[in-house]
Design a protein around this ligand. Structure first.
Ligand code: CU
Length: 150
């Protein structure tokens, strides 16, 4: 009896965790510090579209402690972040029309929220993707890996 209960619990947990880790919608929180609440995301290509909801629970304004969510191939993070710095806040610290940028949200300050949706059509299973904040100086610590599953 105990074994059946444990198996049922394990089954429930595995279903629950697969829903948690390979979802099509994500809530990520940031604050008055250089860290995303999640440093790894797993999306399924079958999602078609993925949405990231970004919430800044800090108090500092976007000019001082702004954050955004940008996705690129891992090898492109550094050059995109550098180009984003030159683009400035008015361009959300993202180079305009740059094909290396797969998705990006606007820069938000404390108390603000935003979201970004992007298609999974252009994502390749097994490819290394990194999400990061392109606010000047943030990309080194504000980043995480995005994995694409079938
Ligand atoms: Cu940031």
């Amino acid at each position: 009896m105990k074994l059946i209960f444990s198996s049922a619990l394990l089954f429930f947990l595995s279903v629950f965790s697969s829903l948690t880790y390979a979802a099509c919608s994500f809530d990520i929180e940031v604050g008055d510090y250089l860290r995303f609440s999640s440093t790894a995301m797993s999306v399924e290509k079958s999602c078609g579209s993925v949405t990231v909801n970004l919430k800044h629970s800090g108090q500092l304004p976007e000019k001082i402690m702004g954050h955004n969510w940008v996705l690129s191939e891992s090898a492109d993070v550094q050059p995109v972040a550098t180009a984003g710095m030159s683009a400035g806040l008015a361009a959300e610290y993202v180079p305009q029309g740059d094909a290396r940028v797969i998705a990006f949200s606007e820069v938000i300050g404390g108390g603000q929220s935003t979201s970004v949706s992007f298609s999974t059509d252009g994502l390749t299973i097994g490819e290394g993707y990194t999400f990061f904040c392109s606010f000047p100086g943030h990309s080194y610590s504000m980043r995480g890996l995005l994995t694409v599953k079938a």
